[in-house]
Design a protein around this ligand. Structure first.
Ligand code: SF4
Length: 305
């Protein structure tokens, strides 16, 4: 009997990959889909931490990453031994980790969050009187501290893609554009960029903002996130002038090199069973990492029901 293969693709992969996928989404949507997927093989056109999350949530399935090199700077900038020591220096704090982290990192966490639910989960913890440390994204944590007056100690890693957005290039682009101008931004971007934004939110949140945009259709909407999402935004609202926020004058060129390793050929090979099998996590590692992920999923189901 042939094996049931399900292909998942993140919004940041190229359009042709998204067209090959059974499900396209952001980290949270794909995690939920992977958990419920009735599949023998899950091909994850994304990056390694996403494929690991799929395996943790659906351990019966064989999970394949098309290109073994598809990592993430938030993972490579985090030494897990140093993270463990940092956590031990804050024994009375709850450790909240962004989903963009390795399985080992997740296993050292009390809660996992995505860019969609991070505000609500941390507000919930503060409302319960908890003290929080946040890892690994210092831009996201810094934004939350600034926005809500928190005092979370932060781990110091960044997304090498979003961290390139900058105020100077944005100011120039705004000055050059005519008519109404808007900026929507992902919270992995630096704080000065986020402070200028009309909307800050997850990839899906930004897509929703664009879909529901009711302003003048001649407006220029700058989007501070990876360029892959411009494809989905363009499909949803072909009437709008959507431009990726520049990282320097004239550049609409900020791509994630790891996401773009998911070539059509690599995804087809993965569908045929080749690629990096996520078979290196021990049952103990997966059990430990699953606890904070499930905590987030339970919270999301209750809170957003
Ligand atoms: S866009 Fe940034 S956070 Fe996302 S996978 Fe690439 S490096 Fe990691």
């Amino acid at each position: 009997m042939s094996k049931r293969v399900v292909t998942l693709a993140h919004y940041y992969t190229q359009p042709e990959i998204q067209q090959m996928a059974d499900k396209v989404g952001d980290s949270l949507e794909l995690s939920l889909y992977a958990k419920e997927a009735n599949a023998d093989i899950i091909v994850f056109a994304g990056v390694r931490f996403m494929a690991e999350t799929a395996k943790i949530l659906n351990p019966q399935a064989e999970v394949i990453l098309p290109d073994a090199g598809s990592t993430c700077s938030l993972v490579t900038q985090t030494d897990v031994g140093a993270l463990k020591a940092w956590r031990q220096r804050h024994p009375d704090h709850v450790h909240v980790s962004y989903i963009n982290s390795s399985a080992e990192h997740k296993a050292l966490s009390d809660w996992i969050v995505t860019s969609r639910n991070v505000d609500d989960i941390i507000a919930h913890l503060y409302a319960e009187g908890k003290k929080v440390i946040f890892s690994p994204d210092r831009n996201m944590g810094g934004y939350l501290n600034d926005q809500y007056g928190y005092d979370m100690p932060l781990w110091s890693a960044v997304c090498e893609v979003h961290d390139k957005f900058n105020e100077a290039a944005l100011d120039e682009a705004f000055a050059a554009a005519t008519g109404e101008k808007y900026l929507i931004a992902h919270p992995e971007s630096p704080l000065p960029v986020l402070k200028k934004a009309d909307y800050v939110g997850s990839t899906s949140g930004m897509l929703g903002w664009v879909k529901n945009f009711k302003g003048d259709s001649k407006s220029v909407i700058f989007v501070a996130t990876e360029d892959g999402i411009l494809y989905n935004m363009g499909l949803a609202r072909p009437d709008l002038d959507l431009r990726q926020a520049p990282i320097y004058a004239g550049c609409q060129c900020n791509s994630c090199p790891y996401m773009k390793m998911n070539t059509i050929e690599a995804v087809k090979r993965a569908q045929a069973g080749e690629g990096l099998r996520i078979d290196y996590l021990t049952p103990e590692q997966m059990d430990a990492a699953r606890v904070p992920i499930e905590r987030m999923l339970d919270f999301s189901q209750r809170y957003y029901a």
